[in-house]
Design a protein around this ligand. Sequence first.
Ligand code: FE
Length: 301
Amino acid sequence: MVQVTELGYVILGVSDLARWKTFASEILGLEVMPGDRPDRCFLRMDYWHHRVILQQSPADDLLLHGLRVAGSDEFHELAARLKAAGVPVQIGSLEQAMERHVLEVMMLKDVNGYEMEIFHGPHILADIPFHPGRRMHGRFQTGDGGLGHMMMTNSLPLPEIYAFYRLLGMRGGIEYRVVVPHLPHPAELMFLHCNTRDHSLAFGTPGKKRINHLMFQVEHMDDVGLAYERVKQAGYKVGIEPGRHANDQMYSFYCMNPSGWLSEIGWGARNSVHQTEYYERDTFGHENVEGVVGEGMEPLG
Ligand code: FE
């Protein structure tokens, strides 16, 4: 069965582009490249032309995410499958694909009604190695695991979201089932994978924004510590203190980015195990910092 292969890129709508550029380079260590227009810029973390577009926008939210397929055959087979399932899909023009720096792109809405794209053939700048925005001990871990993972908010029941992403060939299930004292049912979080990374997309937290958090993984544990110190020194708020997730075994922390949602920096995750299992809490740490992360926004995983 044809399937998507990675979370390839995201477009973030940011109200303060200048502040976000500084956050991306000085805090996260990403490379900021000039945009093709004054109201946006590209962020790099490996040889790809970009992994993130920062787009000037009052949204301060995820504008869309791009999932990759292997090639042209898979691209058109997946488009046909989506259409047969009643999902409207628009195949992008050559100009639209070139603007995204991919060979072909299709536009659609996910089951939550959020804009998304499916593409193949990212533009790789083989002659321009990634140059971090600040000192780093190592590099970002991307490769066949894609750019990282993202937790999106949703109002739909998890099985409906699962059915949509199964159409795209993603797999996974509930990985956290947390008993909440005043609620009749436990809170459940769902994690979906499409490659070696434990999860590329996660769902189950409520919220006013489309995105709960975006995680970038680094090769060296010291880069988690360095980012943590940079966050504190620059006056950004830590939302979740360092700790280790039970599901992907990622050692990480979360800070509040200039758009008011969470950036996670992680290290040491295991690969996806391809069989379901669940947890009621993390391995250690990941304390929620009082007053930073909103009600019900605390992510696990
Ligand atoms: Fe995460």
